[in-house]
Design a binder for this molecule. Sequence first.
Ligand SMILES: Cc1cc2nc3c(=O)[nH]c(=O)nc-3n(C[C@H](O)[C@H](O)[C@H](O)COP(=O)(O)OP(=O)(O)OC[C@H]3O[C@@H](n4cnc5c(N)ncnc54)[C@H](O)[C@@H]3O)c2cc1C
Length: 488
Amino acid sequence: MKKVGIIGTGFSSLTAAIELSKMGFDVEVFEKNSSPGGRARHFEVDGFTFDMGPSWYWMPDVFDDFFKKHNKKISDYYDLVKLDPGFSIYYEDKNRLDVPESYEELKKVFESIENGSSEKLEKFIKRAEKKYEIGVKNLVYKPSKSFLEFLNIKVIKGAFHLDIFTVFSKYVRKYFKHPKLIKLMEFPILFLGALPSNTPAMYSLMNYSALKQGTYYPIGGFFKVIDSLVKIAEESGVKFHYDSEVTKINVVNKVVENFEINNKKISIDIVVAGADYHHVEKNLLQEKYRNYDEKYWDSRKLAPSSLLFYLGVNKKLLNVNHHTLFFDQDFSVHAEEIYETPKWPSSPLFYMSCPSVTDETIAPKGMENLMLLIPLAPGLEDTEEMREKYFNIMMKRIQQLTGNDFKENIVYKKSYCVKDFEKDYHAYKGNAYGLANTLDQTAILKPSLRNKHINNLFYTGQLTVPGPGVPPSIISGQVVASEINKHF
Ligand SMILES: Cc1cc2nc3c(=O)[nH]c(=O)nc-3n(C[C@H](O)[C@H](O)[C@H](O)COP(=O)(O)OP(=O)(O)OC[C@H]3O[C@@H](n4cnc5c(N)ncnc54)[C@H](O)[C@@H]3O)c2cc1C
């Protein structure tokens, strides 16, 4: 049995581990931190359970398909609820729009804002659904080693529907005029880590997921998904090693022989690097074996980093939904400060997650569990003073817009920012979400999932194909496993 060593326990590493062990490989996983999940870890403190990263459960079919493929049922592992409203947005006029769970209700909301827009939404979503079918059911499962992979009849026929060469910002304005609707439609694109003016309209497939499929939540928190994958992996014989940072990958004659953990050499037949791509290449490999040099990484458009706060509040908040976007400031200014002239935002847009509205298991009775998030340019100078300054800005805006004053009721507070991403995950410039999904960083233009100089070293995760986010990472692990199975 060939032994596969997987570096990291993010979503992609876990799905790769499950697939490879089912394919008959002997799989061991090595994680530098003391618990699994990578960016999707959680922590428990004083009766609160905080998800540290993902909170939006979109593209539920990607999760379903993976569980089904392994003869498992999601409901045997966690309870998935559909949120209503799916999410809420505060606009510049200080009013809030709740996005209803029901698509028919959503059409009424659109119509109430712009005459004729419900019909346009219908057309937009129909096209987006087509893109979803071609993109998420087909294209993203390709290893993206060559354009030739995409030359099959289904894809060629579908290419017409994909709008690859139209930018999203232009595309959406063909359908809607009202700035509130445009902001709502552009929001899911921000998940892809780039501006709507830099993102192919193909990604309107995200609107299909956000607005038609809806927003889900696993009771107990997003970490329940990680926990389930670890259980499935263990059931199929995968061995996990925590507090086990890989510090060097040793190569002889273009083949990895072993990697080093705590000065101990671990012999390995095949390596899957699920840790951040740049870190693996720069810190674990000799220069001659790297796929990409520093100049390449420097030229990449990274998705943002983030400033996060995890808060325990000892009272219930009023009039607060599960997901709230504070888009009450000028989006273009904040966007410019993330992507064009990186600096701390002058007037940030931010996001508040309050999962305890839905889930009583993650906070003590009568209390709330909150996460606040400001997207930031990667690589910014990260100081306590800055974190605190932006904490106060967010608290003030939450009070003004929702009417909740709870600063004195915070019984637990932890911040997380650029330096933590670097320290905890070896994240290049402290990035939170990997590389932006711009056209020139899509499919075969992403960092390759195979090392070009070493026969048995593969990469997986949000920095390679298909890209950032939980569903793409779940897919990335499957794609790399299938490549390995083909070669060995
Ligand atoms: C704040 C935040 C919010 C997010 N929100 C959402 C959301 O709402 N919905 C969504 O779909 N996606 C969201 N994402 C994105 C999503 O979480 C990621 O795309 C996904 O989890 C990345 O998975 P990955 O497989 O690339 O591994 P990662 O999670 O990046 O894990 C890599 C692992 O490798 C380990 N590692 C690094 N170096 C070494 C080493 N030398 N030796 C051993 N181990 C090592 C790290 O400790 C880590 O555990 C969010 C991300 C963040 C940070």
